[in-house]
Design a protein around this ligand. Structure first.
Ligand SMILES: [Zn+2]
Length: 90
Protein backbone atom coordinates (compact mmCIF):
# COMPACT_ATOMS: atom_id res chain seq x y z
CA UNK A 1 0.00 0.00 0.00
CA UNK A 2 1.39 3.39 -0.92
CA UNK A 3 1.60 5.77 1.96
CA UNK A 4 -1.35 8.13 2.03
CA UNK A 5 -0.55 11.73 2.72
CA UNK A 6 -2.84 13.39 5.21
CA UNK A 7 -3.53 17.08 5.39
CA UNK A 8 -5.75 19.19 7.57
CA UNK A 9 -7.57 22.21 6.20
CA UNK A 10 -9.24 24.70 8.51
CA UNK A 11 -12.31 26.14 6.83
CA UNK A 12 -12.21 29.24 9.00
CA UNK A 13 -8.91 30.16 7.36
CA UNK A 14 -10.24 29.81 3.83
CA UNK A 15 -11.49 32.86 2.01
CA UNK A 16 -14.40 32.78 -0.39
CA UNK A 17 -17.04 30.13 -0.88
CA UNK A 18 -15.10 27.26 0.63
CA UNK A 19 -12.99 26.38 -2.39
CA UNK A 20 -9.42 25.48 -1.59
CA UNK A 21 -6.50 24.00 -3.45
CA UNK A 22 -5.32 20.55 -2.50
CA UNK A 23 -2.37 21.12 -0.11
CA UNK A 24 -0.38 18.55 -2.04
CA UNK A 25 -1.03 19.05 -5.75
CA UNK A 26 -3.01 22.30 -5.94
CA UNK A 27 -6.08 20.65 -7.46
CA UNK A 28 -8.96 23.02 -6.74
CA UNK A 29 -11.52 21.41 -4.49
CA UNK A 30 -14.91 23.08 -4.35
CA UNK A 31 -17.87 22.11 -2.18
CA UNK A 32 -20.11 22.98 -5.12
CA UNK A 33 -18.34 20.52 -7.37
CA UNK A 34 -20.49 17.41 -7.36
CA UNK A 35 -18.95 15.84 -10.44
CA UNK A 36 -16.87 13.51 -8.30
CA UNK A 37 -13.90 14.05 -10.58
CA UNK A 38 -11.74 16.20 -8.33
CA UNK A 39 -12.41 14.71 -4.94
CA UNK A 40 -14.37 12.06 -3.15
CA UNK A 41 -15.96 12.30 0.26
CA UNK A 42 -15.00 9.26 2.29
CA UNK A 43 -16.28 10.19 5.73
CA UNK A 44 -18.53 12.76 7.36
CA UNK A 45 -18.49 13.43 11.07
CA UNK A 46 -21.37 15.21 12.74
CA UNK A 47 -22.22 16.18 16.29
CA UNK A 48 -25.36 15.21 18.16
CA UNK A 49 -27.33 17.99 16.57
CA UNK A 50 -26.41 16.59 13.19
CA UNK A 51 -24.17 19.52 12.38
CA UNK A 52 -21.11 18.94 10.31
CA UNK A 53 -17.91 18.76 12.32
CA UNK A 54 -15.40 17.25 9.96
CA UNK A 55 -15.30 16.14 6.37
CA UNK A 56 -12.74 13.64 5.16
CA UNK A 57 -12.12 13.71 1.46
CA UNK A 58 -9.66 12.19 -0.95
CA UNK A 59 -8.09 14.26 -3.68
CA UNK A 60 -8.53 12.24 -6.85
CA UNK A 61 -5.55 13.83 -8.54
CA UNK A 62 -2.89 12.86 -6.03
CA UNK A 63 -4.72 10.59 -3.58
CA UNK A 64 -4.06 12.72 -0.54
CA UNK A 65 -6.45 12.46 2.36
CA UNK A 66 -7.72 15.85 3.45
CA UNK A 67 -9.49 16.49 6.74
CA UNK A 68 -11.70 19.55 6.55
CA UNK A 69 -12.20 21.15 9.92
CA UNK A 70 -13.68 24.32 11.35
CA UNK A 71 -17.36 23.70 10.63
CA UNK A 72 -18.31 24.23 14.26
CA UNK A 73 -16.69 27.63 14.20
CA UNK A 74 -18.68 28.54 11.12
CA UNK A 75 -21.84 27.52 12.93
CA UNK A 76 -20.96 29.73 15.85
CA UNK A 77 -20.36 32.65 13.55
CA UNK A 78 -23.72 32.16 11.89
CA UNK A 79 -25.81 31.51 14.95
CA UNK A 80 -23.82 33.27 17.65
CA UNK A 81 -24.82 30.55 20.00
CA UNK A 82 -24.07 31.08 23.67
CA UNK A 83 -23.67 27.40 24.44
CA UNK A 84 -19.96 26.90 24.99
CA UNK A 85 -20.06 23.46 26.54
CA UNK A 86 -17.52 21.13 25.04
CA UNK A 87 -18.52 17.64 24.09
CA UNK A 88 -15.90 14.98 23.75
CA UNK A 89 -16.65 11.99 21.62
CA UNK A 90 -14.45 9.11 22.57
ZN1 LIG B 1 -4.19 16.58 -4.61
Amino acid sequence: MPRTLLYRVDLTKIEGEGDFPCPSCGNLISPDDESGLNYEIVDIKTDRQGRLRELIIICKKCGSEIHLEGFELLDELEEEIEDTSEEEDI
